[in-house]
Design a protein around this ligand. Structure first.
Ligand code: RNT
Ligand code: ZN
Length: 418
Protein backbone atom coordinates (compact mmCIF):
# COMPACT_ATOMS: atom_id res chain seq x y z
CA UNK A 1 0.00 0.00 0.00
CA UNK A 2 1.24 3.48 -0.83
CA UNK A 3 2.23 5.66 2.06
CA UNK A 4 0.55 8.69 0.53
CA UNK A 5 -2.79 6.91 0.12
CA UNK A 6 -2.73 5.78 3.73
CA UNK A 7 -2.01 9.30 4.87
CA UNK A 8 -4.69 10.78 2.61
CA UNK A 9 -7.29 8.28 3.78
CA UNK A 10 -6.36 9.05 7.34
CA UNK A 11 -6.92 12.79 6.86
CA UNK A 12 -10.34 12.14 5.35
CA UNK A 13 -11.22 9.77 8.20
CA UNK A 14 -10.14 12.38 10.72
CA UNK A 15 -12.61 14.90 9.26
CA UNK A 16 -15.36 12.33 9.16
CA UNK A 17 -14.85 11.47 12.82
CA UNK A 18 -14.61 15.14 13.80
CA UNK A 19 -18.11 15.58 12.37
CA UNK A 20 -19.44 13.21 15.08
CA UNK A 21 -17.32 14.77 17.79
CA UNK A 22 -14.49 12.24 17.89
CA UNK A 23 -10.86 13.27 18.32
CA UNK A 24 -8.92 10.71 16.28
CA UNK A 25 -5.47 11.78 17.51
CA UNK A 26 -6.59 11.27 21.08
CA UNK A 27 -7.84 7.78 20.23
CA UNK A 28 -4.54 6.95 18.54
CA UNK A 29 -2.52 8.11 21.52
CA UNK A 30 -4.62 5.98 23.82
CA UNK A 31 -4.31 2.92 21.57
CA UNK A 32 -0.55 3.33 21.62
CA UNK A 33 -0.59 2.94 25.41
CA UNK A 34 -2.82 -0.11 25.69
CA UNK A 35 -0.68 -3.06 26.74
CA UNK A 36 -1.80 -6.53 25.81
CA UNK A 37 -0.51 -9.41 27.87
CA UNK A 38 0.63 -11.85 25.21
CA UNK A 39 0.29 -15.45 26.36
CA UNK A 40 3.42 -17.58 25.95
CA UNK A 41 1.47 -20.79 25.35
CA UNK A 42 0.27 -20.27 21.78
CA UNK A 43 3.89 -20.73 20.68
CA UNK A 44 4.08 -24.40 21.68
CA UNK A 45 0.49 -25.59 22.27
CA UNK A 46 0.81 -25.26 26.08
CA UNK A 47 3.65 -27.78 26.28
CA UNK A 48 6.17 -25.87 28.40
CA UNK A 49 9.73 -26.86 29.23
CA UNK A 50 9.19 -29.18 32.09
CA UNK A 51 9.22 -32.19 29.75
CA UNK A 52 5.49 -32.38 29.59
CA UNK A 53 4.52 -34.69 26.79
CA UNK A 54 1.15 -33.07 26.26
CA UNK A 55 -1.56 -31.39 28.28
CA UNK A 56 -2.37 -34.72 29.91
CA UNK A 57 -5.82 -33.92 31.20
CA UNK A 58 -6.63 -30.91 33.26
CA UNK A 59 -9.65 -29.90 31.26
CA UNK A 60 -7.93 -28.18 28.32
CA UNK A 61 -6.75 -29.39 24.95
CA UNK A 62 -4.88 -27.93 21.99
CA UNK A 63 -5.95 -29.46 18.70
CA UNK A 64 -3.97 -29.54 15.48
CA UNK A 65 -0.52 -30.56 14.44
CA UNK A 66 0.84 -27.69 12.37
CA UNK A 67 4.58 -28.09 11.94
CA UNK A 68 7.14 -25.73 13.43
CA UNK A 69 6.13 -25.26 17.04
CA UNK A 70 8.76 -23.87 19.41
CA UNK A 71 10.64 -26.76 21.00
CA UNK A 72 12.74 -24.88 23.49
CA UNK A 73 13.07 -21.49 25.15
CA UNK A 74 15.36 -20.13 22.45
CA UNK A 75 12.87 -20.94 19.71
CA UNK A 76 9.96 -19.61 21.70
CA UNK A 77 11.77 -16.31 22.31
CA UNK A 78 12.74 -16.03 18.65
CA UNK A 79 9.11 -16.56 17.62
CA UNK A 80 7.86 -13.93 20.01
CA UNK A 81 10.54 -11.50 18.83
CA UNK A 82 9.21 -12.06 15.30
CA UNK A 83 5.67 -11.38 16.50
CA UNK A 84 6.84 -8.13 18.10
CA UNK A 85 8.09 -6.86 14.74
CA UNK A 86 4.58 -7.22 13.36
CA UNK A 87 2.61 -5.43 16.05
CA UNK A 88 2.61 -1.89 17.39
CA UNK A 89 2.75 -0.75 20.99
CA UNK A 90 4.41 -1.81 24.23
CA UNK A 91 3.09 -5.06 25.59
CA UNK A 92 3.36 -7.66 28.30
CA UNK A 93 4.26 -11.32 28.15
CA UNK A 94 2.45 -13.90 30.20
CA UNK A 95 4.41 -16.93 31.37
CA UNK A 96 3.06 -20.19 32.73
CA UNK A 97 4.95 -21.86 35.58
CA UNK A 98 5.97 -24.73 33.28
CA UNK A 99 7.99 -22.37 31.08
CA UNK A 100 10.89 -21.92 33.50
CA UNK A 101 14.53 -22.49 32.60
CA UNK A 102 15.04 -25.82 34.26
CA UNK A 103 18.32 -26.63 32.47
CA UNK A 104 17.38 -30.21 31.68
CA UNK A 105 16.72 -31.02 35.34
CA UNK A 106 13.28 -32.07 36.50
CA UNK A 107 12.17 -29.40 38.90
CA UNK A 108 8.83 -30.38 40.37
CA UNK A 109 6.03 -27.85 40.63
CA UNK A 110 6.49 -27.50 44.37
CA UNK A 111 10.17 -26.68 43.87
CA UNK A 112 10.11 -23.84 41.34
CA UNK A 113 11.90 -20.66 42.34
CA UNK A 114 12.45 -17.14 41.01
CA UNK A 115 15.88 -18.16 39.67
CA UNK A 116 14.18 -20.40 37.12
CA UNK A 117 12.68 -17.31 35.56
CA UNK A 118 15.59 -14.89 35.77
CA UNK A 119 16.50 -15.47 32.11
CA UNK A 120 12.99 -14.43 31.21
CA UNK A 121 13.41 -11.21 33.16
CA UNK A 122 16.48 -10.25 31.14
CA UNK A 123 14.87 -11.24 27.87
CA UNK A 124 11.69 -9.31 28.68
CA UNK A 125 13.69 -6.22 29.58
CA UNK A 126 15.69 -6.38 26.37
CA UNK A 127 12.48 -6.63 24.40
CA UNK A 128 10.60 -3.89 26.23
CA UNK A 129 8.08 -6.32 27.71
CA UNK A 130 6.69 -6.60 31.22
CA UNK A 131 5.99 -10.10 32.53
CA UNK A 132 2.86 -11.66 33.95
CA UNK A 133 2.59 -15.15 35.43
CA UNK A 134 0.28 -18.18 35.71
CA UNK A 135 0.17 -21.15 38.03
CA UNK A 136 0.17 -24.54 36.27
CA UNK A 137 -1.82 -27.26 37.97
CA UNK A 138 -2.72 -29.30 34.89
CA UNK A 139 -0.61 -31.90 33.07
CA UNK A 140 1.06 -33.38 36.14
CA UNK A 141 0.86 -36.77 37.84
CA UNK A 142 -0.77 -35.08 40.85
CA UNK A 143 -3.30 -33.13 38.77
CA UNK A 144 -6.10 -35.69 38.74
CA UNK A 145 -9.57 -34.23 38.90
CA UNK A 146 -8.90 -32.17 42.02
CA UNK A 147 -5.91 -30.02 43.01
CA UNK A 148 -6.51 -27.15 45.43
CA UNK A 149 -9.96 -28.59 46.18
CA UNK A 150 -8.68 -32.07 46.88
CA UNK A 151 -9.80 -33.63 50.19
CA UNK A 152 -6.48 -35.50 50.24
CA UNK A 153 -4.28 -33.18 52.26
CA UNK A 154 -1.02 -34.36 50.72
CA UNK A 155 -2.16 -33.55 47.18
CA UNK A 156 -3.81 -30.34 48.22
CA UNK A 157 -0.68 -29.20 50.06
CA UNK A 158 1.46 -29.94 47.02
CA UNK A 159 -0.65 -27.55 44.94
CA UNK A 160 -0.87 -25.00 47.71
CA UNK A 161 2.92 -25.01 47.83
CA UNK A 162 3.11 -24.66 44.03
CA UNK A 163 0.74 -21.72 44.08
CA UNK A 164 2.54 -20.02 46.96
CA UNK A 165 5.78 -20.34 45.03
CA UNK A 166 4.16 -18.88 41.96
CA UNK A 167 3.17 -15.86 44.03
CA UNK A 168 6.77 -15.49 45.28
CA UNK A 169 8.05 -15.71 41.72
CA UNK A 170 5.48 -13.15 40.59
CA UNK A 171 6.54 -10.86 43.41
CA UNK A 172 10.18 -11.15 42.34
CA UNK A 173 9.21 -10.42 38.73
CA UNK A 174 7.13 -7.41 39.73
CA UNK A 175 9.93 -6.04 41.85
CA UNK A 176 12.49 -6.47 39.09
CA UNK A 177 10.38 -4.78 36.44
CA UNK A 178 9.11 -2.12 38.82
CA UNK A 179 5.57 -2.85 37.72
CA UNK A 180 3.17 -5.32 39.32
CA UNK A 181 3.24 -8.81 37.85
CA UNK A 182 -0.31 -10.04 37.32
CA UNK A 183 -0.58 -13.64 38.46
CA UNK A 184 -3.48 -15.69 37.22
CA UNK A 185 -4.70 -18.73 39.07
CA UNK A 186 -6.75 -21.20 37.11
CA UNK A 187 -7.35 -24.75 38.24
CA UNK A 188 -9.32 -27.38 36.38
CA UNK A 189 -10.85 -28.97 39.49
CA UNK A 190 -14.14 -30.64 38.80
CA UNK A 191 -16.02 -33.85 38.14
CA UNK A 192 -16.84 -35.72 34.96
CA UNK A 193 -20.06 -37.02 36.40
CA UNK A 194 -22.57 -36.25 39.09
CA UNK A 195 -21.12 -35.38 42.43
CA UNK A 196 -22.81 -35.27 45.80
CA UNK A 197 -20.12 -33.02 47.29
CA UNK A 198 -20.46 -29.68 45.51
CA UNK A 199 -20.35 -27.75 48.75
CA UNK A 200 -17.47 -29.70 50.21
CA UNK A 201 -15.01 -29.15 47.35
CA UNK A 202 -15.83 -25.47 47.16
CA UNK A 203 -15.33 -25.12 50.87
CA UNK A 204 -11.92 -26.80 50.57
CA UNK A 205 -10.99 -24.52 47.67
CA UNK A 206 -11.93 -21.48 49.72
CA UNK A 207 -9.69 -22.67 52.54
CA UNK A 208 -6.80 -23.39 50.16
CA UNK A 209 -7.10 -19.93 48.65
CA UNK A 210 -7.15 -18.30 52.08
CA UNK A 211 -3.94 -20.12 52.93
CA UNK A 212 -2.32 -19.21 49.62
CA UNK A 213 -3.26 -15.54 49.91
CA UNK A 214 -2.24 -15.23 53.57
CA UNK A 215 0.85 -13.21 52.65
CA UNK A 216 0.33 -9.76 51.13
CA UNK A 217 2.71 -8.78 48.36
CA UNK A 218 3.36 -5.34 46.94
CA UNK A 219 4.68 -6.17 43.49
CA UNK A 220 2.22 -8.75 42.29
CA UNK A 221 -1.55 -8.94 41.92
CA UNK A 222 -3.66 -12.08 42.24
CA UNK A 223 -6.32 -13.02 39.72
CA UNK A 224 -8.73 -15.92 40.01
CA UNK A 225 -10.15 -17.41 36.83
CA UNK A 226 -13.50 -19.13 36.69
CA UNK A 227 -14.69 -21.59 34.11
CA UNK A 228 -17.90 -23.26 33.01
CA UNK A 229 -16.51 -26.75 32.48
CA UNK A 230 -13.41 -28.58 31.36
CA UNK A 231 -12.92 -31.50 29.01
CA UNK A 232 -13.50 -34.71 30.96
CA UNK A 233 -14.91 -32.63 33.82
CA UNK A 234 -18.24 -31.69 32.34
CA UNK A 235 -20.64 -32.09 35.25
CA UNK A 236 -19.13 -29.86 37.89
CA UNK A 237 -16.49 -27.12 38.14
CA UNK A 238 -15.35 -26.25 41.64
CA UNK A 239 -14.08 -22.80 40.59
CA UNK A 240 -17.26 -21.65 38.89
CA UNK A 241 -18.02 -18.00 38.14
CA UNK A 242 -20.30 -17.70 41.18
CA UNK A 243 -17.57 -19.11 43.35
CA UNK A 244 -14.82 -16.75 42.21
CA UNK A 245 -17.07 -13.72 41.94
CA UNK A 246 -18.09 -14.30 45.54
CA UNK A 247 -14.51 -14.88 46.64
CA UNK A 248 -13.21 -11.90 44.67
CA UNK A 249 -15.84 -9.52 46.01
CA UNK A 250 -15.36 -10.71 49.58
CA UNK A 251 -11.55 -10.85 49.60
CA UNK A 252 -10.91 -8.11 47.04
CA UNK A 253 -9.17 -10.26 44.47
CA UNK A 254 -9.14 -9.69 40.74
CA UNK A 255 -11.54 -11.91 38.83
CA UNK A 256 -10.35 -13.12 35.43
CA UNK A 257 -12.96 -13.16 32.70
CA UNK A 258 -12.00 -15.61 29.98
CA UNK A 259 -14.34 -15.01 27.06
CA UNK A 260 -14.55 -18.77 26.45
CA UNK A 261 -15.65 -19.65 29.97
CA UNK A 262 -19.32 -18.81 29.88
CA UNK A 263 -22.47 -20.04 28.24
CA UNK A 264 -22.12 -19.19 24.57
CA UNK A 265 -24.97 -16.68 24.55
CA UNK A 266 -23.78 -14.90 27.70
CA UNK A 267 -22.38 -11.37 27.27
CA UNK A 268 -18.98 -10.99 28.88
CA UNK A 269 -19.01 -7.29 28.02
CA UNK A 270 -22.00 -6.82 30.32
CA UNK A 271 -20.02 -8.17 33.27
CA UNK A 272 -17.40 -5.40 33.16
CA UNK A 273 -19.46 -2.69 34.84
CA UNK A 274 -20.65 -4.96 37.63
CA UNK A 275 -17.20 -6.32 38.42
CA UNK A 276 -15.77 -2.81 38.46
CA UNK A 277 -18.18 -1.94 41.25
CA UNK A 278 -17.38 -4.86 43.50
CA UNK A 279 -13.90 -6.17 42.74
CA UNK A 280 -10.65 -4.19 42.63
CA UNK A 281 -9.65 -4.75 39.00
CA UNK A 282 -10.41 -7.09 36.12
CA UNK A 283 -8.19 -9.46 34.17
CA UNK A 284 -9.32 -10.48 30.70
CA UNK A 285 -8.48 -13.60 28.77
CA UNK A 286 -9.58 -12.66 25.30
CA UNK A 287 -10.28 -15.86 23.41
CA UNK A 288 -12.77 -17.22 20.88
CA UNK A 289 -15.01 -20.12 21.82
CA UNK A 290 -16.53 -22.08 18.95
CA UNK A 291 -19.39 -24.16 20.35
CA UNK A 292 -17.37 -24.69 23.51
CA UNK A 293 -14.21 -23.29 25.18
CA UNK A 294 -12.23 -24.19 22.08
CA UNK A 295 -9.63 -21.40 22.36
CA UNK A 296 -9.67 -20.48 18.67
CA UNK A 297 -7.59 -17.48 17.64
CA UNK A 298 -9.13 -14.19 18.70
CA UNK A 299 -10.64 -12.30 15.77
CA UNK A 300 -12.39 -8.99 15.40
CA UNK A 301 -15.95 -10.00 16.22
CA UNK A 302 -18.83 -8.37 18.05
CA UNK A 303 -17.94 -10.07 21.33
CA UNK A 304 -14.48 -8.50 21.43
CA UNK A 305 -15.68 -5.12 20.17
CA UNK A 306 -18.44 -5.01 22.79
CA UNK A 307 -15.94 -5.90 25.48
CA UNK A 308 -13.60 -3.11 24.38
CA UNK A 309 -16.47 -0.64 24.23
CA UNK A 310 -17.59 -1.41 27.76
CA UNK A 311 -14.06 -0.73 29.03
CA UNK A 312 -13.89 2.58 27.17
CA UNK A 313 -17.40 3.58 28.23
CA UNK A 314 -16.56 2.85 31.86
CA UNK A 315 -13.26 4.72 31.45
CA UNK A 316 -11.64 1.73 33.12
CA UNK A 317 -8.27 1.27 31.42
CA UNK A 318 -6.49 1.76 34.72
CA UNK A 319 -8.43 -1.15 36.25
CA UNK A 320 -8.62 -3.66 33.42
CA UNK A 321 -5.74 -5.89 32.36
CA UNK A 322 -6.05 -7.20 28.84
CA UNK A 323 -4.59 -10.63 28.20
CA UNK A 324 -4.98 -13.19 25.46
CA UNK A 325 -5.69 -16.87 25.92
CA UNK A 326 -5.97 -19.15 22.94
CA UNK A 327 -3.94 -21.99 21.52
CA UNK A 328 -4.62 -23.11 18.01
CA UNK A 329 -2.17 -25.81 16.95
CA UNK A 330 -3.64 -26.14 13.47
CA UNK A 331 -2.21 -23.01 11.82
CA UNK A 332 1.04 -21.07 11.75
CA UNK A 333 1.51 -20.13 15.39
CA UNK A 334 3.25 -16.81 14.79
CA UNK A 335 0.38 -15.91 12.51
CA UNK A 336 -2.06 -16.91 15.23
CA UNK A 337 -0.41 -14.44 17.60
CA UNK A 338 -0.40 -11.59 15.11
CA UNK A 339 -4.04 -12.08 14.10
CA UNK A 340 -5.19 -12.17 17.72
CA UNK A 341 -3.15 -9.21 18.92
CA UNK A 342 -4.11 -7.06 15.95
CA UNK A 343 -7.77 -8.03 16.30
CA UNK A 344 -7.75 -7.01 19.96
CA UNK A 345 -6.12 -3.69 19.13
CA UNK A 346 -8.61 -3.07 16.31
CA UNK A 347 -11.46 -3.71 18.73
CA UNK A 348 -10.05 -1.15 21.15
CA UNK A 349 -9.50 1.32 18.33
CA UNK A 350 -13.13 0.99 17.28
CA UNK A 351 -14.18 1.45 20.88
CA UNK A 352 -12.00 4.54 21.26
CA UNK A 353 -13.50 5.99 18.09
CA UNK A 354 -17.07 5.62 19.28
CA UNK A 355 -18.98 8.94 19.16
CA UNK A 356 -19.72 8.59 22.85
CA UNK A 357 -20.44 12.22 23.68
CA UNK A 358 -23.17 12.51 21.07
CA UNK A 359 -24.55 9.07 21.92
CA UNK A 360 -24.77 9.96 25.59
CA UNK A 361 -26.47 13.26 24.83
CA UNK A 362 -29.08 11.40 22.80
CA UNK A 363 -29.63 8.97 25.60
CA UNK A 364 -29.94 11.70 28.21
CA UNK A 365 -32.61 13.37 26.05
CA UNK A 366 -34.54 10.17 25.58
CA UNK A 367 -33.73 10.27 21.84
CA UNK A 368 -33.52 6.54 21.43
CA UNK A 369 -34.09 6.46 17.68
CA UNK A 370 -31.16 8.84 17.25
CA UNK A 371 -29.01 6.76 19.60
CA UNK A 372 -29.69 3.57 17.67
CA UNK A 373 -29.18 5.30 14.33
CA UNK A 374 -25.78 6.68 15.32
CA UNK A 375 -24.71 3.34 16.79
CA UNK A 376 -25.55 1.81 13.43
CA UNK A 377 -23.76 4.49 11.43
CA UNK A 378 -20.71 4.32 13.68
CA UNK A 379 -20.13 0.74 12.56
CA UNK A 380 -19.19 1.91 9.09
CA UNK A 381 -17.20 5.01 9.97
CA UNK A 382 -13.69 4.75 8.44
CA UNK A 383 -11.89 3.25 11.43
CA UNK A 384 -9.83 1.12 9.09
CA UNK A 385 -8.11 4.20 7.66
CA UNK A 386 -7.13 5.11 11.21
CA UNK A 387 -5.89 1.57 11.81
CA UNK A 388 -3.72 1.57 8.69
CA UNK A 389 -2.26 4.90 9.71
CA UNK A 390 -1.53 3.50 13.19
CA UNK A 391 0.47 0.67 11.60
CA UNK A 392 2.26 3.03 9.23
CA UNK A 393 3.15 5.42 12.04
CA UNK A 394 4.55 2.50 14.03
CA UNK A 395 6.56 1.26 11.10
CA UNK A 396 4.96 -2.16 10.94
CA UNK A 397 3.29 -4.03 8.11
CA UNK A 398 0.07 -2.33 7.04
CA UNK A 399 -3.05 -4.40 6.39
CA UNK A 400 -2.45 -7.87 5.03
CA UNK A 401 1.25 -7.18 4.37
CA UNK A 402 2.17 -9.16 7.47
CA UNK A 403 1.10 -12.38 5.75
CA UNK A 404 4.17 -12.36 3.51
CA UNK A 405 6.47 -11.64 6.44
CA UNK A 406 5.12 -14.61 8.33
CA UNK A 407 5.41 -16.83 5.26
CA UNK A 408 9.03 -15.78 4.97
CA UNK A 409 9.73 -16.58 8.63
CA UNK A 410 8.08 -19.95 8.16
CA UNK A 411 10.29 -20.64 5.18
CA UNK A 412 13.48 -19.51 6.90
CA UNK A 413 12.86 -20.69 10.45
CA UNK A 414 9.85 -22.69 11.61
CA UNK A 415 9.62 -25.07 8.64
CA UNK A 416 13.13 -26.27 9.50
CA UNK A 417 12.05 -27.53 12.90
CA UNK A 418 11.14 -31.21 12.97
C1 RNT B 1 -8.26 -22.77 30.83
C2 RNT B 1 -7.98 -21.36 31.19
C3 RNT B 1 -6.54 -21.01 31.41
C4 RNT B 1 -5.62 -21.67 30.41
C5 RNT B 1 -4.20 -21.20 30.48
C6 RNT B 1 -3.28 -22.07 29.70
O1 RNT B 1 -9.53 -22.99 30.39
O2 RNT B 1 -8.53 -20.53 30.21
O3 RNT B 1 -6.40 -19.64 31.43
O4 RNT B 1 -6.08 -21.51 29.10
O5 RNT B 1 -3.83 -21.06 31.76
ZN1 ZN C 1 -8.08 -18.45 30.35
Amino acid sequence: MKKESIQKSFEIAKDRYAAVGVDVEKALNKLQEIAISIHCWQADDVTGFEKLENLGGGGIQATGNYPGKARNIGELRADIEKVLTLIAGKHRFSLHAIYGEFDGKYIDRNEIEPQHFSGWLDWAKENGLKLDFNTTSFGHSKSGDLTLANPDKAIRDFWIEHTKRCRQISEAIGKFQNDPCIMNLWIHDGMKDLTVNRYRYRQILEQSLDEIFAIDYKNMKDCIEAKLFGIGLESYTVGSYDFYLGYGAKKQKIVTLDTGHFHLSESIADKISSLLLFTPEIMLHVSRPIRWDSDHVTILNDDVIDLAKEIVRADAFNRVHIGLDYFDASINRIGAYVIGIRATQKAFLQALLEPLTVLRAYEANGQYFERLALLEEAKSLPWNAVWDYFCLKNNIAVGEDYIAEIQQYEKDVTSKRN
